[in-house]
Design a protein around this ligand. Structure first.
Ligand SMILES: O=P(O)(O)OC[C@H]1O[C@H](OP(=O)(O)OP(=O)(O)O)[C@H](O)[C@@H]1O
Ligand SMILES: Nc1nc2[nH]cnc2c(=O)[nH]1
Length: 183
């Protein structure tokens, strides 16, 4: 079997289907921004981007939110290739979260393990309120350790990429969401 890391980026496009178009993603982003806008009612927040996948949502939401925001990021990875394992933290937030309203931004809630650990970290760091927003949630029928407060789109139980999500490192920049076909 060919090493998936050796495949060309175009291979993954040819082995996948569009599940949400650019227009559908844009609509979801608009919806997410207005839900967050109402929920946060203009208060100052720290937008906390979960790198790397959260970068697309963070970039797309920032300019849609009309409130005083500071930006920070963390890196906590559990997927190597397309399968999950234990979380490895490589970067903690730098801002002091004590007493702050923190809006955690990530690309996907799959098993929910990453988001649960990030929320726990923010609470331990003294955040006053932690609001979670994910661009996608995977419809995988699993009992998840938490639900996100704001969800953009429900994706099928397949490996998805685009809009921050990678396939073997590629295509986080795709403005649509695609799902790999079964091998
Ligand atoms: O709900 P879970 O099953 O925990 O999975 C979701 C996490 O998986 C991805 O991160 P990944 O570890 O692949 O790092 P990345 O953001 O750099 O792609 C994604 O960005 C989420 O943070
Ligand atoms: N890119 C990507 N990352 C994930 N992390 C957890 N599930 C997924 C997925 O389906 N796609």
């Amino acid at each position: 079997m060919t090493d998936p890391h050796a495949q060309s980026p175009d291979h993954w496009l040819s082995q996948s289907d569009i599940v949400f178009s650019v227009a559908e993603v844009e609509q979801a982003l608009d919806r997410m921004a207005s839900v967050l806008q109402e929920k946060l009612s203009g208060q100052p927040v720290i937008l906390l981007c979960v790198m790397r996948g959260g970068v697309y949502l963070a970039g797309q939401l920032m300019h849609r939110l009309q409130l005083p925001a500071r930006l920070d990021y963390l890196q906590a990875n559990r997927y190597h290739g397309i399968t999950g394992s234990g979380i490895v933290w490589t970067k903690l937030p730098e801002l002091d979260l004590t007493g702050q309203t923190v809006v955690v931004l990530d690309d996907i809630l799959d098993e929910g393990i990453t988001l649960a650990e990030v929320v726990h970290h923010c609470q331990q760091a003294g955040a006053r309120e932690v609001v979670t927003a994910v661009l996608t949630e995977k419809d995988n029928g699993l009992e998840k350790p938490l639900q996100a407060d704001v969800i953009g789109l429900i994706v099928p139980n397949r490996y998805v990429f685009g809009c921050g999500m990678d396939v073997y490192g590629w295509w986080r920049n795709l403005p649509e969401i695609r799902a790999l076909r079964e091998a």
